[in-house]
Design a protein around this ligand. Structure first.
Ligand code: BYC
Length: 324
């Protein structure tokens, strides 16, 4: 199901009443009437988001056994488990829109669903774990703090909880980077190398420039997005440049310059060819990520079968009790 499929004709009065509710800042709840297009847009965006959380466990999960101390291992383990929890909240939120989770997971596994481009890059060194927490979770906080004000209640509420956890994730990542940056010359180089590789992909997380963003106008009209891709990207850049300076790292952009008139840091051009290559399935790790998800799904089949058998047994016990 995609929003480009044929659209049902909606009653203009109902649409107007719906849009008035959104404009008044009311929260739209699962049993409320909503335009079919709004529902489909939310299913698209929320399912992509849930998939991103689940696939996002893979690059970091790769380092759990290699974390340099027990404390680092515990933090990373907790972070990766949090991401699984985020995926589950958002899948639950998506189910309130009348779509079956199994169908969404099938779309992820057969490669027809999107997930965030950022998770198709490899984690080559321990500093990459720092860079992900600092930059990727940092970008997620900027994006999701706005989504916590989204018009669809279940999504907005999931974002409030998720953002609290993302703040811990960002702090643990920034701390890893700060310690490496202040360490030996080799550790400093490792931190800078991670920043060099993760900076541009992190900026791409916010999506294409506003002029190329096919969904933004509609999502902003319906109060799902509150700020555009470029506005949020700029906010992230402004926050992060200062954080890099504070720990002695250099943003890998020779054109980076402060614009006094707008009080924004201006950046050089983003490589959108790279972005679309990754989004279309040809990034450095797209195939590896999907193969890992498929293997995990297949290996987990016995758990799903056992859970279904247990639920069926419980249901039989309840009916026998009621019949007695
Ligand atoms: N990657 O019209 P646009 C996390 C697609 S998880 C891939 O601007 P929209 C974390 C877009 O889907 C982070 N595809 O789209 C987890 C659209 O294609 P379709 C995930 C992208 O929806 C573990 C087309 O490009 N966060 O934080 O208005 C560890 C045109 O774009 C990307 C979310 O999902 C991309 N980066 O805006 C650590 C947040 N960007 O679907 C951290 C929720 C764009 O029309 N999502 N595309 O075929 C959003 O806020 C919005 O969906 C986006 C895109 C800003 C991402």
């Amino acid at each position: 199901m995609t929003p480009t499929q044929s659209q049902p004709v909606e009653d203009p009065e109902r649409v107007a009443a719906f849009e008035a509710r959104v404009a008044a800042g009311e929260s739209i709840e699962p049993k409320d009437w909503m335009p079919e297009r709004y529902r489909r847009q939310l299913v698209r965006m929320m399912s992509q988001h849930a998939h991103s959380e689940i696939v996002g466990m893979l690059p970091e999960g790769n380092w759990i056994t290699r974390a340099p101390s027990l404390r680092r291992k515990m933090s990373l383990l907790a972070k990766v488990q949090d991401e699984a929890g985020h995926g589950l909240y958002i899948y639950c939120g998506t189910e309130t829109l009348g779509v079956d989770r199994q169908e969404l997971i099938e779309q992820l596994l057969n490669g027809t669903a999107k997930y965030s481009s950022i998770f198709n890059y490899p984690t080559l060194t321990w500093a990459d774990i720092g860079a992900i927490g600092w930059l990727v979770d940092g970008a997620a906080i900027v994006n999701q703090t706005m989504l916590a004000k989204a018009s669809y209640g279940p999504y907005a509420r999931a974002m409030v909880r998720i953002c609290k956890e993302e703040n811990f994730h960002k702090r643990q990542g920034y701390e890893i980077m700060a310690i490496l940056a202040a360490g030996t010359p080799a550790q400093h180089r490792m931190a800078q190398d991670a920043l060099d590789r993760w900076w541009w992909p992190s900026l791409m997380m916010f999506g294409p420039h506003d002029s190329e963003s096919s969904n933004s106008d509609e999502l902003m009209r319906w109060g799902v997005k509150r700020k555009s891709n470029d506005e949020l990207r700029q906010r992230f850049i402004n926050l992060t440049v200062a954080q890099a300076k504070a720990i002695g790292l250099v943003i890998p952009d020779p054109q980076l310059a402060y614009d006094e008139s707008t009080e924004n840091w201006k950046i050089g051009p983003i490589d959108w060819d790279e972005f679309w290559r990754v989004v279309r399935g040809n990034g450095p790790c797209n195939r590896e990520r999907l193969a890992a998800r498929r293997a995990a799904h297949a290996e987990g089949e016995w758990v799903r079968l056992a859970a279904a058998a247990y639920a069926a047994k419980q249901a039989r016990t309840v009916s026998a009790f009621e019949a007695a």
